[in-house]
Design a binder for this molecule. Structure first.
Ligand SMILES: Cc1cc2nc3c(=O)[nH]c(=O)nc-3n(C[C@H](O)[C@H](O)[C@H](O)COP(=O)(O)O)c2cc1C
Length: 163
């Protein structure tokens, strides 16, 4: 586990190579085991592969999210505050598990924050994301995790960094 923790870095540039279905299934399976308050698991994990949709999502987060347009696949992390008042914590944990499992599968990933973020014109990124992904207004979007084979050099952390 320490190896994975050290190797995981935020990767924002991906090869054009598609992410295999088996790897995605493995990554999405973390949603079944990630811990949550009262074990409510108040999340939905929505994979998005359609490049037109990814382009639209990238415009929702021009600062720190433009690379979504070039990602082979992303997962929107959707929470339900009607199910649990710890939805932010729970969705953060499942997002982190997704990033760790992606690393374990040899993939790069990056968290793109959506909740409490705004476009240049001060439009709410979360509301725009829900419109694009046709998510009901009572649900929430914490973030979008981009995934793919890394096409950038990023050094792993070293054991010495945590001693
Ligand atoms: C809550 C949270 C929000 C983040 N939002 C963004 C984001 O919107 N765009 C982005 O490019 N990276 C984002 N990141 C990634 C961080 O920038 C990154 O984790 C940090 O710089 C440390 O780098 P590392 O992940 O390579 O260790 C976010 C990370 C977290 C945990």
């Amino acid at each position: 586990m320490l190896k994975t923790l050290l190797e995981r870095r935020s990767i924002r540039k991906y090869k054009e190579k598609e992410v295999e279905k088996e790897k995605m299934n493995q990554i999405l399976a973390v949603g079944k085991v990630a811990p949550s308050g009262k074990n409510k698991k108040p999340w939905e994990l929505m994979p998005i592969k359609d490049n037109k949709i990814l382009k639209k999502l990238s415009m929702v987060k021009p600062k720190g999210g433009l690379f979504l347009a070039e990602a082979p696949i992303c997962i929107a992390i959707i929470g339900n505050e009607e199910i649990s008042d710890t939805w932010v914590e729970d969705c953060s944990i499942v997002s982190t598990f997704i990033q760790l499992e992606a690393c374990n599968q040899g993939l790069g990933s990056c968290w793109v924050q959506i909740k409490n973020r705004f476009t240049k014109d001060d439009e709410d990124a979360e509301i725009l994301t829900k419109e694009i992904l046709e998510i009901p207004s009572n649900k929430r979007v914490l973030c979008i995790i981009a995934l793919g084979y890394s096409d950038e050099e990023k050094l792993a952390y070293k054991e010495a960094d945590i001693l």
